[in-house]
Ligand binder design. Structure first.
Ligand code: GTP
Ligand code: MG
Length: 212
């Protein structure tokens, strides 16, 4: 039997460069390229994931202490699309005022950034669904923000534990979603999930005829 040629498209990140850091979406770089942002609880691994996708060690600043990323950080990839590293939510050691500022900064960015094509919402794969994450996912869904859920740090536990939490996340979302968002399991340490995330980006970029 003849075997068909199956083309596997693996997008290559050929260049990645820091552009700007902002607190105000109105000051972000011109909205002329497709944009992909990473959000989630402090310390969940957003900056690490951006480094993994771009194959850079220090493009985005990471720290073992929560609250490292404080601004809206733009990176231009292959001169044709943006990755955006956002500050995390749910960091216990911040004042009410700081929490409010975070909400205004991030919610405004997410609602108004017209070239935002997909929001990757990161949750810790080691934990059962957390109220704060489910509430944020619900909020983004109500705002009709296209999203993919990424379950991070899967290298830190057994596959069985990860798939149990994966099922729990799906179960929790089913209460409010008729069609579930895509869920990708990832590890920035062993690169799990990198291809899947780049594939999502590639497919959206293709609709813009962007030079990946
Ligand atoms: P904030 O900027 O504070 O919101 O945090 P963040 O979500 O950007 O997390 P960051 O990438 O800074 O990572 C937090 C800590 O988790 C660091 O110590 C990372 O080395 C670690 N980490 C991130 N991703 C992974 C992963 O996939 N596996 C493991 N084992 N550790 C990870
Ligand atoms: Mg960070």
């Amino acid at each position: 039997m003849a075997v068909k040629n199956v083309e596997v498209i693996v997008m290559k990140v050929k260049s990645s460069e820091f552009v700007t850091s902002n607190t105000d979406y109105r000051k972000c770089p011109p909205a002329i390229h497709p944009e992909y942002a990473f959000v989630g609880r402090s310390n969940v691994g957003k900056s690490s994931l951006i480094n993994m996708l771009t194959d850079r060690k220090n493009l985005a600043k990471i720290s073992s202490r929560p609250g490292k990323t404080q601004l809206i950080n733009h990176y231009i990839i292959n001169d044709s699309w943006y990755l955006v590293d956002l500050p995390g939510y749910g960091w216990a050691k911040v004042s009410k005022e700081a929490k409010y500022k975070w909400e205004v900064m991030i919610h405004d960015y997410l609602i108004h950034r017209e070239n935002l094509c997909c929001l990757f919402i990161l949750v810790d794969s080691r934990l059962e669904p957390q109220k704060i994450d489910l509430e944020f996912i619900q909020w983004a869904g109500e705002k009709a923000i296209p999203m993919v859920i990424v379950m991070t740090k899967c290298d830190k536990q057994s596959k069985g534990k990860t798939s149990k939490n994966h099922e729990q996340v799906k179960k929790s979302l089913k209460n409010n979603w008729s069609k579930l968002p895509q869920i990708i399991v990832s590890s920035s340490n062993d690169r799990t999930g990198g291809k899947e995330i780049l594939e999502v980006i590639h497919n959206v970029n293709a609709t813009f005829s962007t030079n990946n």
